[in-house]
Design a protein around this ligand. Sequence first.
Ligand SMILES: Nc1nc2c(c(=O)[nH]1)N[C@H]1C(S)=C(S)[C@@H](COP(=O)(O)OP(=O)(O)OC[C@H]3O[C@@H](n4cnc5c(=O)[nH]c(N)nc54)[C@H](O)[C@@H]3O)O[C@H]1N2
Ligand SMILES: Nc1nc2c(c(=O)[nH]1)N[C@H]1C(S)=C(S)[C@@H](COP(=O)(O)OP(=O)(O)OC[C@H]3O[C@@H](n4cnc5c(=O)[nH]c(N)nc54)[C@H](O)[C@@H]3O)O[C@H]1N2
Ligand code: SF4
Ligand SMILES: [Mo]
Length: 739
Amino acid sequence: MSAPAPAVTDTHCPYCALQCGMSLRQEPAAPGGLDVVERTAFPVNRGALCGKGRTAPGVLAAGARLTTPLVRRGRSGPLEPAGWDEALDRVAAGLAGARERHGPDAVGVFGGGGLTNEKAYALGKFTRLVLGSSQIDYNGRFCMSSAAAAGTRAFGLDRGLPFPLADIPRTGCVLLVGANPAETMPPALRYFTELKANGGTLIVVDPRRTRTAEQADLHLAPRPGTDLALALGLLHLVVAEGRTDEEFIAARTAGWDEARAAAMAHWPELVERITGVPVPQLRAAVRMFCEPEAAMVLTARGPEQQSKGTDTVGAWINLCLATGRAGRPRSGYGCLTGQGNGQGGREHGQKADQLPGYRLLADAAAREHVARVWGVDPEVLPGPGRSAYELLDALGRDTADGVRALLLMASNPVVSAPRAAHVEERMRALDFLVVCDVVLSESAGLADVVLPVTQWAEETGTLTNLEGRVLLRRKAAEPPAGCRSDLAVLNALAARLGWEKGFPVDPEEVFEELRRASAGGKADYSGITYRRIAEEDGVFWPCPEPGTESGPEPGTGGGPEPGTGGGPGRAAQAGPHPGTPRLFLDRFATPDGLARFAAVSHRPAAEEPDAEYPVFLTTGRVLAQYQSGAQTRRVAELNAAAPGPFVQLHPQLAERLGARDGDRLAVVSRRGRAVAPARISRDIRPDTVFMPFHWPGEGRVNTVTNPALDPASRMPEFKVCAVRVERADAPAGGAARGA
Ligand SMILES: Nc1nc2c(c(=O)[nH]1)N[C@H]1C(S)=C(S)[C@@H](COP(=O)(O)OP(=O)(O)OC[C@H]3O[C@@H](n4cnc5c(=O)[nH]c(N)nc54)[C@H](O)[C@@H]3O)O[C@H]1N2
Ligand SMILES: Nc1nc2c(c(=O)[nH]1)N[C@H]1C(S)=C(S)[C@@H](COP(=O)(O)OP(=O)(O)OC[C@H]3O[C@@H](n4cnc5c(=O)[nH]c(N)nc54)[C@H](O)[C@@H]3O)O[C@H]1N2
Ligand code: SF4
Ligand SMILES: [Mo]
């Protein structure tokens, strides 16, 4: 079970959804005791790593991390070191106490898309069975949930990319919407460079001229929150210029008439007025996208983190469907997922409405199947719970449906949640908070009990990257004696709460159960084993096990090469299922096999600029920091590269404020205020400021952001709200106001 790690181990990065392959060599003198070595044979990144990956062992080093449980003895005392037994007893008592006093839904669980498939699965099972609570959700709700909702609506299935990254250089044009891979997935940039070398073109849609936009043949810089109008305007031109693929629309889609009518109401001049993108640029984009034989649309957080993200992604999918650029080789719509296990983390049950295998809690057959695997009556499974922000908003509420105790595993909402000052206040109002983390994050700092857990290189588990490729991240080093794995924590808590069995500590044992639980679901892992992953550089789901009840899902054709079917029709063949690198080539995963157009129209952001708050704020990432910064702010080399927050603004706006580069600026919204130095740059629209979200304290941009939710996905509007920008040191209400 826990054999000593070999001297050199092939494994994967702890951070983003690219899940770059790397090798780790034991080297006592190196930070964290490990040297990162190139692993050129792994196809996704072929050895290339960004600075975060190269320095990742730094977070393993003792000074950066937790090595002993911490407990708060008394309500307002400090966090003090404690033994595991005392800490676990306190957690069990805290969770059980809230349940006894207020019922099972008074205990909440908040997970993370960085958790392995095994952990996400175990956490969902723990919540539904041991706690009997419906109140679980996770930070992935803040991440790709709008793309997931739109993909499910359109295609009947949600997987980040429906094709491997290696297909990108082989298409004709990529329309990259609100994605900045040059900073967020640097090794993936190579695929776009190769696309251009092969004669293909790249269009980037971003209110900022990012390092990614610099590579583009065409850069469209819309106002934040207007992608829906932009996509509809492009579709309007596609129709007006006679560029639709009528044969494809007739054979493989439904709902075109309504979608077409909606697009026709978005004529180019209107779209220019809404988005700020000039009509000639709209026309150029349509030409570039439609002229080659194949093309792709890829979205990331830009268009997704909006209160209309689901409709917006739907509109981009419409563009693909109307032009026959979906369900065909080298063409399609894809979402660049975010966290290390952003994809797998949304498949196996830590989402409020979900059971393993991408099944739905509301579906009787799904409940039946999973209950059988878990050895319980389907009746005991609770129904769907609240979405992430709604869950955080319910914390500590003294109402019948308030959540009084919270188990937080692998997220740092004090920094990363929208309207963060309010969220922090809700967390402080809890009767009991337990946080499992590798470091003392800002959220862990509020806890009654902090449990120090093992990290990526100290444990084995599977993750599913943005391509739907299930990977094995192997253990490469021994953890410090005081740390336990998340699986061991759940096992020990379950035992204290009356479940001696059902929560194994060994990840492979959990994966074997996950295989069975996912069998027959949309994300079917039943044919995947640790051994196969190791031998095949990962296996793409769905991968059913031949002979089980699950046959392949309809519409998931596509074998190793474009055009070769791999799914349906294989049942008669012997041997294991090959996995499914390419989806939808034969049919979409809807009941009738047809893709669905979305009949959507533009609507404004939840908060538009006005006289009092006249500027758009948008937010995002920088290269050298990761997410809430809990891990990367502990690595000296990364801090040197990106030491703190900043406000990116255009010289015109800076001039109106009388601000010079480096001056402290306050960005103020109806929710609060964040202060950071000015970074003056022509690479942003004059009506917009940008702040990265990696820092706590006065520079925490999420103090300012708007928690307006998308009605379908419940995704908050991180990418647009209205602010006022002032010089932080100017007297309040002084001359700088009103910019
Ligand atoms: N260095 C680094 N890499 C990361 C992460 C990290 O924290 N740091 N996090 C990982 C995770 S979890 C994720 S989700 C991904 C995110 O990866 P990305 O989506 O690439 O990152 P973001 O910076 O959030 O947003 C991308 C771009 O959207 C633009 N944008 C803002 N508003 C709008 C808008 O209204 N419309 C459009 N079209 N664009 C807009 C921003 O200017 C930004 O350049 O990155 C992953 N990789
Ligand atoms: N303004 C603004 N806010 C945003 C965004 C934005 O673009 N703009 N993006 C949103 C997005 S896309 C995301 S994904 C979220 C992410 O925001 P968070 O959910 O806060 O993400 P992380 O900072 O990665 O937090 C992960 C925590 O888990 C810990 N951890 C890492 N591995 C493990 C493990 O195996 N087990 C346990 N128990 N802990 C572990 C880390 O140390 C860290 O404290 O932020 C969202 N917030
Ligand atoms: S791109 Fe992502 S997975 Fe690759 S090294 Fe950087 S952080 Fe790690
Ligand atoms: Mo994310």
